[in-house]
Design a protein around this ligand. Structure first.
Ligand SMILES: N[C@H](CCC[C@H](N)C(=O)O)C(=O)O
Length: 259
């Protein structure tokens, strides 16, 4: 049997996306998902995304990291599945979908995907870093010379070290460009390497920078290895609401693979 897939990338975070509305994909075959994401033996991607039907929304998103395990919310993957759903004709302009962290609203404007992320109520702030969950867990810390920083080695230490341990966290290293712009490089849990961009990661960075006073703007630019993203939000009492992750999402190619 052949499996039709689409390859998407959102600021360099890349995904295999499958229209699984017929529910033919074997969701329990971790080894097969890992094979599809393998950059040498398979298609190659940071993650795999299934688009499925949902009774109360336009569609449902199921996300797997490159290690083959289902994981928490993927912001760049969320932007890519919105572009894919529009390509399939599931919606025009605005849409809603369910992901593991709940209902998401999204719209496409001037070729950019505007994805509403979950509200953020809790930010743990320490002398060395911040920790918050934007749909996935994120450790956020400033470094000098981000360009030459050893993201993989240092990210791995933090990701597997206390207090995260085996469950882990994604790790974002940050450099301030100006009060409204930050450069970010991310070590991603479940990819176990640096990715060119992490959507829930830049969302965490933007909120942490505002919350700690590093930025006074609620519209923040994030420069990532794979391009530029924008995050906007409203702080209502102690909660960050209307959190929007804004950026491009591109269909790179369509393919078929034996399964
Ligand atoms: N690796 C993350 C999920 C994907 C996050 C990232 N690709 C994004 O764009 O948010 C985790 O397991 O927590």
């Amino acid at each position: 049997m052949t499996l039709t897939f689409y390859k998407y990338q959102g600021t360099g975070n890349d995904f295999v996306i499958i229209d699984n509305r017929q529910e033919l994909f074997n969701k329990n075959d971790t080894k097969y998902v890992k094979f599809l994401c393998d950059r040498r033996f398979g298609i190659g991607a940071d993650g795999l995304i299934l688009l499925e039907n949902h009774p109360d929304a336009d569609f449902k998103m199921v996300y797997y990291n490159a290690d083959g395990n289902e994981s928490t919310m993927c912001g760049n993957g969320g932007r890519c599945i919105v572009a894919f759903a529009e390509f399939l004709g599931i919606f025009k302009n605005t849409t809603t979908f369910y992901a593991i962290d709940g209902l998401h609203h999204a719209k496409i404007e001037e070729n950019l995907i505007h994805l509403q992320m979950k509200n953020v109520e809790t930010i743990d702030t320490f002398t060395t870093h911040h920790f918050l969950d934007t749909g996935s867990p994120h450790h956020v810390q400033f470094v000098d010379n981000l360009k030459t920083f050893n993201v993989k080695a240092e990210g791995e230490k933090i990701r597997y070290g206390a207090p995260y341990n085996q469950a882990g966290s994604n790790v974002n290293f940050v450099e301030k460009i100006n009060p409204n712009t930050f450069a970010v490089r991310t070590y991603e849990r479940g990819v176990e390497d640096e990715t060119l961009s992490c959507g829930t990661g830049v969302t965490a960075v933007a909120i942490a920078m505002y919350d700690s006073g590093e930025s006074a703007s609620n519209i923040i630019n994030l420069n990532v290895e794979g391009g530029q993203l924008k995050v906007s939000f409203d702080k209502v009492e102690d909660t960050y609401k209307n959190v929007m992750l804004i950026g491009p999402a591109t269909q790179v190619f369509k393919g078929e693979i034996e399964c």
